[in-house]
Design a protein around this ligand. Sequence first.
Ligand SMILES: Cc1cc2nc3c(=O)[nH]c(=O)nc-3n(C[C@H](O)[C@H](O)[C@H](O)COP(=O)(O)O)c2cc1C
Length: 205
Amino acid sequence: MKRWISMIMCGLLAVGITVCGSIVSAETSAEDTAEAAAEEAADETQSGKDVLVVYFSATGTTKDVAEKIAAITDADLYEITAADEYSEDDLNWNDSNSRSTKEQDDPSVRPEIGSDPVSLEGYSTIYIGFPIWWGEEPRIMDTFVESYDFADITMIPFCTSSSSGIGRSGENLAENAGSGNWLDGERFGAGASEEEIQSWIESLQ
Ligand SMILES: Cc1cc2nc3c(=O)[nH]c(=O)nc-3n(C[C@H](O)[C@H](O)[C@H](O)COP(=O)(O)O)c2cc1C
């Protein structure tokens, strides 16, 4: 009889261990799933969009093109603003002493950014736009590209100007950034149409 009781006890113990084991492994796999979901969430942007349009615009022309690109590509928008905003006098290219002229004369100048930093987590493509100042990107664009890591991100420069092409601006930005897969840039005039912008975007694919 004693033997029977001890056999039953052993049986119950074995069942108990198996059940506990299953619970533990169920818990472990639930933890794994939660961890994987958290990792996946960290790879995603808050909006769930994976394209970002970054732009600086002193008088609204580049902003207009940036908004059209964002609408066409269903992208998020991020505006770079200067901590010390540019006044009309600052932008006077006829004045050799204006702030913009002096900044463009010195490639080492890095104007401070005023807008809150943006997280690039989850973005795979970034369109990066600016006006042409004295044939190049405004120095604040160099401040921006030197502040972020663009590893594994496709970087697509675009600019607006009165007549100049994009020149070496894209190369300058790529060199100063030191990371990212930079494509050739494109120049647009004021009031570029949605059709013109769309056909450029399609030409990139
Ligand atoms: C300081 C300064 C320098 C400029 N230099 C050039 C230039 O070299 N070539 C050009 O075609 N346009 C030049 N422009 C005109 C702007 O590139 C053009 O108006 C641009 O579309 C403005 O964009 P935004 O409104 O986004 O600031 C210059 C404008 C400023 C304010």
